[in-house]
Every structure is written in C-alpha cells, then in structure tokens.
Design a protein around this ligand. Structure first.
Ligand code: BG6
Length: 804
C-alpha cells in the first residue's frame, strides 16, 4: 500500500502523479465550464397543464440557465402515437414567449434553440421507457457530455402514477453521480389513508429526496416571499408577529369561475380538498411557523413547517361552514349523467376557522376561505394587527405614516383583485419594510385604487419587478434542488391528518346554496364567535332537500314538570343549556355570598361540553376566583389523554376562565406512573382532599349525567363499589372503554346541596321512560339511587330525551 504521507516517493512516481494531477485539473476546469447534461421528461406533454404553464415554465428555465453550467434536452411524452403527439406538442410550443424586456431577435434565436432541443416520444410500454433511457445515454455519450441528472414531471392523473413510477425506477434511473428528480401534481390522495397508501407506493420506487410534490401556490411570488419577508424584516416583526399584537389572520382565495367542465374531479374532491387542504394550509404554515435562523436552509424550513403542523388545534364541525353555488347540482347531473333527483352535497365554498396552539398564536383566529362562482377573483393573506388607539382628531387630519388610528395590517396580495398583480403591502403606520431591491420595487400610486377597503396610499406597497408564473419559479427550484418549496411526505400526511376528521364530519352536511356572482350578496359572510365560525345571516330556505328548518328554541317555552318526584326542566338543547348554566351561576353566587366559596363537581363525557362552553363564553359574572372545581368521575388514562374527562374540562372550560390553579382538583388516577392501582390509594387521596376542603364533604353542586344503561357518574349497574357504604370515592369498572374508572360514590353525591342531572338526545329516550317508573334500585339503575339526603335534585332534559 502506498501512503504519500508516510513513505518517501520514488522520482518516477512523482512524475506520474504530477501528470495525473494535471489531467485531473483540466478535467475539473472542464467540469466547471459544464456541470453536465440535464434531461427533462414532461409526462402528459400534450395535456392542459403542460399547454398552459409547463412548456412555458421549461422555456423560462432554459432562458434562465442557457449559457451557464448545463446543457439540456426536453422530452415531451404522452400515450399518444408519435405523429399526432408531436403535432399537439408543437402547438403548445408555438405560443412560447420571452420576457417583455428581451429583444425579439434574441428571443427568436433562443426559442429556435429550445425547439431544437425538444422532442416528442410516445411512452406507453416498459420498452418505451428503456428506449428513452438508452437514447439519453447515447446522446450524452455522442456529444461527449457528463450526465448531471434527469427530471420526470408527472403531469398525468394520479391513477397513472404508480405504473410510470415503476417504469422509471426500473429502467430510467441515471448512472452513478447523476441525480433523479420526479415531480408530482396534486391530488395526493383524498384523505389521510389514501394519501398514505399513495405515498407508500411511490416511496417503494423513489427516495424522499428524489420526490418533488408541487403545490403551485408555493411558487406564487407573494407566497414565496412570505418567509424571506419575515426574515428580512425580523427586527420590525419580532415584537409584532404574535398573539399579543395580531388580531386575526385571513387566508383567502376567491374565484369567479365555477367547476363546470371538471365536475367529475370536483364531485370527488370539493373545495376543502381542492384548495384548503393544500394551497391555503401551506400559506397558513408559512405565516404561523417559527422562523428558522437560516431561511435558505431547506431542511430547517421543512422541519419548522412540520413542527407548526403539530400546533394545529383539531377541527370540528363548528370550525367550518360550507356552501354550494346553485347551478352546481344541475351541472353535476349533466356531466355525470345523474338522474333528475340527484343533489350533490359537495361544497364549492368553505370557510374554516383554525387555531394554532402555540405560545405565539394561542387565541389568534386564522380564517381560511375559498369558493367558486364568487363575486371576484382575488387571493391574499391579511395579517391584521390589534389597534388600541382611541382617536379624537378628525379623520381628515390623520397622517398615514404615523396615525395609530388607521388599521394596521400586512397583506401578501397573491394576485388579481383591484390591484391585479402580486404585491406586499404594509400599513404605513407599522414600518417601512425591506424587500430584495433587485426583484421587488415600490408600486406606483394609482389614484382611486383601494385594497381591502383602504386607499393604496395607506401602505408601503411593493411588487415584483418582473411578474413570473408560479410554475416557472417552481421548475427553477426543482432544477436547483430547492426542496423547501415542495411538499414532503411527512408534510402531506400531517396536512391530511389535520383535515380528514373535518372532512368526515362534513360528509353529510347540506351546504348552504348561493346564487353565485354578485347575486350572492352577503349570504356567505362569516362571523367568528368564540371558537366557532358561522354564517352571519340566518339560514335561508334551502332549495335542496336538507334537514329542513328545525323549530327554534324560542318557538317553545321552557317546560317545568316533575320527574321522579323532583323538579324537571325541559327545553330545546340550546335553551336547556343556557338555563342550566344560569342556575349554576345563581348557585355559585349564592354560595360565595354566604360561605366565600363554591364547590362544584362536574361530570365528563359529551353532554356537558355545550354547558362548559356556555359557562366559559356567556357568564362573565361567574365567581370563578372563589370556585373549586372537582371531578365527578374520571377515566383511568393520563390526564393529558384526549379521553380524560379532565381534558374535556380543560379544553372547553378551564382554558377560557380564570380559576386559581389551587382551586382545580383533578382526580389522581395517574400515580407512580401507573393508572388506578388500588395500592396507590388514589381514591382515598381524593376523598381526603374533599374532606379537608369541602365542609361536611357536601358539594354545593354536583352535575351528573345519565347513561342509556342507567349509569351515572362512573357507577354502573351491579357495581360492587360506590352504590352504598362509607367510601366517598371509589374505583369502578365500566362496560365501555376505558374500563377502569374513578368515581364519587352515591353516598357522597347524596350529601350535596344540589344535584343537577343533565340528559340530552333521542338515544336517552328509552332509559328516561324506564327510570321514570322504577323505584330506588341503584344496583339495577345507579341513577335511581341519586336522592340527596337534605339537598335538592333537579332534572334537566331536552325535548328529545324527555318527549322523544
Ligand atoms: C387549483 C385548483 O389547484 O388551483 C383549482 O384545483 C383552482 O380549482 C386553482 O381554480 C387556482 O389556481 P390559480 O393559480 O388560478 O389561482
């Protein structure tokens, strides 16, 4: 073995080494001149996307890169036979254009070169792919080039992905030292499961770093500038980009076109899958994510984005509203040959309220909205800042530069609208932004122009010097291997993870019909209310058979009656909950007035959620500072588990009110890193805490529910513990998962000054009937053992539970 550092060299060897180094150096110099040949294969070369954007994007790539480090060949491919295919492709190539500042003769020359480098080929069989690869190799060899890499752009429907991927993987990979990049267009699945399946299949052919999933919104200039803007204006934004200063964020994409002509796609996807799950979510992430120190590091950007997904609060039905333009169902019947009676439930409009549970964004509403057949075409992101100003001076004297009276906002104007081009606008009363001077410039004043209701002169407004199509930007990023502008598998699955539960819950929702265009008026206007989003106008008459307009609570009086010899209050759910909340508040005020404290024990499960929300949002005189909250029962899971009753309480009540920490008394189900072990004496500990803090262990109010089997708290029929005896708190077994529970015992419940039993929903009808007739038989129906010894029992039942 030869080691140049340890052995003296023979003079002949020196000579040989010197020659070898010189050869290598010349090679290096040559390689520097030309870093290699790149073959770009556009699959679906005669399709719509290719015609509209991709060929132009490839031509732009050529214009940007020609004469630099690489040589190129462009292979348009499709299933069509060569002659016909070439004709179609040539049509797309005819309309290629150069930037307006390029001399026509130079443009013609480059276009000619590009055409000579482009060819069409039919790619149908495995053999066709092998031939393609051989042809590329032959060309590289013949022209004495080094192969740098191959790009395969899949502009084909997703059902074709797997076959093509298999062929590329088996016969079109370039040799060692050259890269492979495969580019996919959405849709990437229909929900989490299908996206996962597709990702797994593609993952069996390609490495993660080889795959580029396109979201063309990430190539829109104003969107692509969000992170660089945040980075370049760190100093000004550091203190502002958070919940203390941001009032709300709107991410909007309004379209005037409808879905006609592509209903077979649209019917399966709808607006949430088509636009919100991808374009608007990606933008949301760019606004909400923590800014990496180095925004030009793809890995750091992708990592931070993924972390931002983790902060998204789960969506539920109340987070979204959906609509459908009126002509949609007729179009669907026509295009899909559906029978006359067919009515689609596919939403063509959606507004969704998103919360990001991070220290930065907690409490800030992010509204995502998109729709077809609306009154204008415009896309923008608006970050609206809080404004504490109270202005005395008349508006005509306000100076946009300093006046705190004007709205303070940053708008990333994606395109169209009054402004009609991409722009970034910053209210003059915020700060003068810094943007890259070589590519962005201040917008000329256009008198009379207003942006989102404010004159353009209110803003520092910047636009790109040269407007570029999203695809040309993304093709350039693919070519340069800049992965931060694309959707990684983890990113894709995180997004579907977030959207799939909402999509499932909306599957049977009847969308609000809207006429479309200007006739829609304010029918789709939205309102943010607490954690919910709703239409601000009442539901008009539906034109498709929907659930019909249910009677409103105000149509009925609250019914007072007796049930099992105790007072019963019955009403429609909304009215019932507000009545119960008011009664609890009245008890609380009374207790605090007399004893300085209010001890409230609450049940878990789904029925009380609406009550918790009502208490949190509608009862501002509630003496929370003097209230102690106890749990009636708990599931033996960690307190952070979504199944934990304490979690429900935390999510729907505790996080919205100001209760001193030491007044919160979760059940100790998780001790010594195990759940509800007898030896850990959790039940005894809780009983001890109650005895120590609650006078006579007599709660001021205990809220119970009633199960369809007659259980209450976590006391189930035939329970060996908790139905009688001395124990105040017991461990029990539930027939439902999770089986192990901790519960207050009946004797303890019956010591309360007041017990309220909340029963809601049609499923409770049978047990309500049954329990109305039985005596006191807690072993069969634990609820029948609820009979406060000196306190009061009140039943709260909605009409469905009570009357069926
Ligand atoms: C596409 C959607 O991804 O984006 C279309 O499938 C939508 O439904 C389009 O019209 C909007 O993109 P752009 O670039 O026209 O705003």
């Amino acid at each position: 073995m030869l080691n140049p550092y340890t052995e003296p060299l023979h003079p002949g060897l020196w000579k040989m080494l010197t020659v070898a180094m010189c050869v290598a150096l010349v090679g290096c110099l040559q390689a520097q001149e030309l870093r290699g040949h790149v073959s770009i294969v556009l699959l679906g070369a005669t399709g719509d996307l290719a015609k509209k954007y991709l060929w132009q994007g490839l031509f732009q790539l050529y214009l940007d890169e020609v004469g630099k480090d690489h040589s190129f060949s462009f292979h348009g491919a499709a299933l069509t036979a060569p002659e016909q295919g070439w004709k179609l492709m040539a049509k797309a190539l005819e309309s290629l254009s150069c930037p307006s500042d390029m001399a026509p003769s130079h443009c013609a020359e480059l276009k000619d070169q590009f055409l000579r480098l482009s060819q069409y080929r039919q790619l149908k069989t495995a053999e066709d792919y092998r031939t393609l690869s051989k042809d590329i190799e032959a060309q590289v060899k013949q022209e004495d080039l080094r192969e740098a890499g191959r790009i395969f752009y899949f502009s084909v429907p997703p059902f074709a992905y797997v076959d093509i991927a298999r062929n590329i993987n088996s016969s079109c990979r370039p040799g060692p030292g050259a890269w492979l990049r495969v580019v996919f267009e959405k849709p990437f699945g229909h929900d989490h499961l299908s996206a996962q399946q597709l990702a797994t299949e593609l993952g069996s052919f390609f490495q993660e770093e080889e795959m580029y999933r396109v979201d063309h919104y990430l190539g829109k200039q104003a969107v692509a500038q969000i992170l660089p803007f945040r980075d370049q204006n760190r100093k000004a934004l550091d203190g502002l980009w958070n919940r203390h200063h941001v009032e709300r964020v709107e991410i909007i994409m309004k379209e005037t076109v409808d879905a006609e002509g592509r209903i077979s796609f649209y019917e399966e996807y709808g607006v949430i899958r088509d636009v919100l799950q991808n374009h608007l979510t990606e933008i949301l992430m760019l606004v909400a994510m923590e800014l990496p120190l180095n925004v030009s590091s793809s890995a750091a950007v992708l990592q931070h984005k993924l972390e931002a997904f983790r902060g998204l609060r789960g969506l539920n039905k109340g987070s979204a509203v959906v609509g459908q333009y009126q002509a949609y169902s007729a179009q669907a019947r026509r295009e899909l040959q559906k029978p006359e009676g067919f009515h689609s439930l596919t939403p063509t409009f959606a507004g969704v309220l998103v919360h990001v549970d991070s220290l930065r964004w907690e409490g800030v509403p992010f509204t995502l909205m998109s729709g077809k057949a609306l009154d204008e075409r415009v896309g923008y992101v608006r970050v609206l800042f809080k404004n504490q100003a109270f202005c005395i001076q008349h508006e005509r004297h306000w100076a946009p530069e300093q006046s705190p009276c004007l709205p303070r906002q940053i708008i990333f104007h994606i395109g169209h609208g009054e402004l009609s081009h991409p722009a970034i606008l910053v209210s003059r009363n915020l700060f003068r932004p810094s943007l890259p001077a070589h590519s962005w410039a201040e917008v000329q004043e256009r008198p009379g122009l207003r942006v989102l209701g404010r004159p353009l002169s209110d803003f520092y407004a910047y636009s790109p010097l040269r407007e570029r199509d999203a695809y040309s930007i993304l093709l350039s990023h693919i070519f340069h291997g800049r992965k931060e502008s694309f959707i990684t598998t983890e990113n894709l699955l995180a997004s579907w993870d977030f959207w799939t539960p909402l999509l499932d819950s909306l599957a049977h929702e009847v969308p609000r019909l809207y006429p479309g265009g200007a006739d829609t008026g304010c029918l789709l206007d939205l309102e943010l209310n607490g954690g919910h989003l709703s239409f601000s106008q009442q539901q008009p008459e539906q034109l498709v058979p929907g659930p019909g307009s249910a009677p409103k609570p105000s149509d009925f009086q609250v019914l007072r009656a007796r049930y099992r010899e105790s007072p019963l209050i019955s009403a429609w759910p909304e009215e019932l909950i507000s009545r119960l909340a008011s009664d609890i508040e009245a008890s609380a005020l009374q207790a605090v007035q007399h004893f300085g404290k209010f001890h409230l024990a609450l049940s878990g499960g789904s029925s009380p959620i609406a009550l918790f929300q009502q208490l949190a949002m509608g009862h501002y005189s509630f003496p929370w500072a003097h209230t102690h909250l106890w749990l009636v029962d708990e599931r033996c899971v960690p307190l952070s588990d979504p199944d934990s009753n304490f979690q429900g309480l935390q999510a729907h009540l505790l996080q919205h009110i100001r209760l001193p920490y030491y007044n919160i008394h979760p059940m100790p189900v998780h001790l010594h890193q195990r759940l509800c072990a007898e030896e850990d004496q959790g039940a005894q500990t809780y009983a001890g805490e109650i005895s120590a803090l609650v006078a006579n262990s007599s709660f001021d109010l205990v809220l119970l529910g009633m199960g369809t089997d007659g259980h209450t708290a976590s006391l189930f029929p035939q329970s060996p513990t908790g139905l009688d005896g001395e124990q105040l708190v017991v461990l029990t077994q539930s027939p439902f998962r999770p089986h192990q529970r901790m519960s207050l015992s009946l004797p303890l419940i019956n010591r309360a000054k007041k017990v309220a039993v909340l029963v809601m929903g049609r499923t409770k009808r049978d047990i309500t009937m049954l329990v109305s007739r039985v005596g006191q038989e807690p072993r069969k129906w634990p609820i029948s053992g609820v009979l406060p010894s000196s306190g009061q029992l009140v039943w709260y039942m909605d009409y469905e539970a009570f009357l069926g």
